[in-house]
Every structure is written in structure tokens, then in C-alpha cells.
Design a protein. Sequence first.
Lengths: 85, 205
Amino acid sequence: MILWWIGNAVLLLVVVPVAVVLLRGVLGAAKSIVPSVNQIATVAAAGSKDLDAAPLLLTTQDQVAQTIAGVANYGGSLDVILDDA
Amino acid sequence: MLAMQAVAVVTIAIVVLIVLALVYYLVSVILELRKITRGLDDVIANVGEILAKTVPVNDIVENINANLDAGVDALEGLLVKKAGLTDAVGLVDGLYPGAASAGLRNFPESTEVTAPRIGEVYTRGTLTLARLGREAPVAAASPNGFPLRNVEGGSLAARLLYPDLRQSRPDSLPRSPVIGTDAPVQYEQRDDIGAPRKRLPANRR
């Protein structure tokens, strides 16, 4: 009977506090992850929005090709007009 | 017997307390994990969008770079062909002081050229050509100030009005023709020179 009481005391004074401390630690860690995940989601959304202009690179590509073609024509004409060094 | 019941009740109460604590904290953890899952779902969706939007970027940028490389090669080659390697380096160095040490991309030997100080007034077209050859944006301001001399006040435009022979700056030009009785070329004497002036008819007055 005495051992049973001692066991109850140990359970109440040691096991319960240890279990509570450990569980609170896990809960605190889980709660601390949530703001970080939300911030990552916000940044990812902003990054995705920033890339909305990426399709304009196709226009840039076409314009660069046209510009280089014009420069090539210009250079070819200069090559004909100007004497070599 | 009564004492034994009391111990049992206390034990059960402690176990219930532990179970309640476990339930409270584990349910709280589960709720937080669900929030994390929802947040990660948003992250994954946005990252997926980023991936989808950046898929063609590599090919496009490589294509743009290839085109620009070809343009730079062509203009650099044209500049060297027309101005000569030495003058080309001098011209580039005149626009971008210190750039001669880097040399021209397709002419490794240009790094060994001592860049001359370009004293000639170049036209805007030549300077634009040089700018393009140095991969600089057209009409961008030079970090060291406006690279052009005063073209309107320069001598080149006026000098170009003279025949081509003067453009080569020869040591001597052909002499003026000799006139007089000792001239090697004698012209036919005109009869009307020295004669009285003819009078016009009266009705022409």
C-alpha cells in the first residue's frame, strides 16, 4: 500500500510535469513554424507575381533579333561604303 | 479496504490528468500542423507558378545572348576592319578610358596594343559604332562625360568639302598653272582683246 502511494506521488510530481513540459515544447515548436511558413508563402506569391513580366522576354527576344538584323544590314552597308584600314 | 480504494482513486485521477494533458497538447499540435500544411500548400502552389513562368527563360536568354554576341562580333570586326586594330583600340579607349587594357573580345592581341590618343574628330556614326562594339547601350552617357568633341565646330566637316586628294594630306599638292609669255602652255590670242568695244544698236538701249 505504501509503495502504491509512493508510485502515485512519483506519477504526480515527476511524470506529469515532465510530460507537460515535453508536450508544451512540441506545441511551441509547431506554433513557431506557422509564421515562417506564412512568410514563405507571402514571399513565394510575391516572387510569382514578379515573374508575370517573364513572357515579355519573348517580345524582347524578337526585338533583339530585329535589332541585330538591322545592325547587320547597317554594318554591311558601312562595310561597302567605307574603305578598309 | 477504504485506504486501498483511496489509492486507486488517486491513481485513476492522476492517469486521467495525464491523459487530459496529452489530449490537450496533442490536439493543439495537430491544429498547428494543419495550419502548417495549409501554408505549405500555398507555398507549393506559388513555387509551381514560379517554375512554370521561368521554364522558357533559359532558352530565351540564351537566344538573346547569342544574338547580342553575334552583333558585338560583327560590329567589333567591322570597327577593326575599317579603323585598324590600333585605332580601334584607341577609339575605344578614348570613349572608355582604361578599356584598352581589356582589349577587344575577338582580338586577343588587342590587349598588347598601346592605345593611341585619338585626336581626330570622329563622326557620331563612328562613335555609335564604337559604343555598340563595346556592348554599351546606344546613346548612353559615358561615365567620364560626353565623349564627342564639338562636331559642329570641328574641322572634319569643313575639310570634307575639299576634293578627295586633300583628305589624304599629301606632302605637296600640284602647283598652280604658270601664266605669261614664258608659260609652257601658250593659249591662242583673242582678236577682240584690246579692240574698241562694240556699240550696241540704238534700239537695244
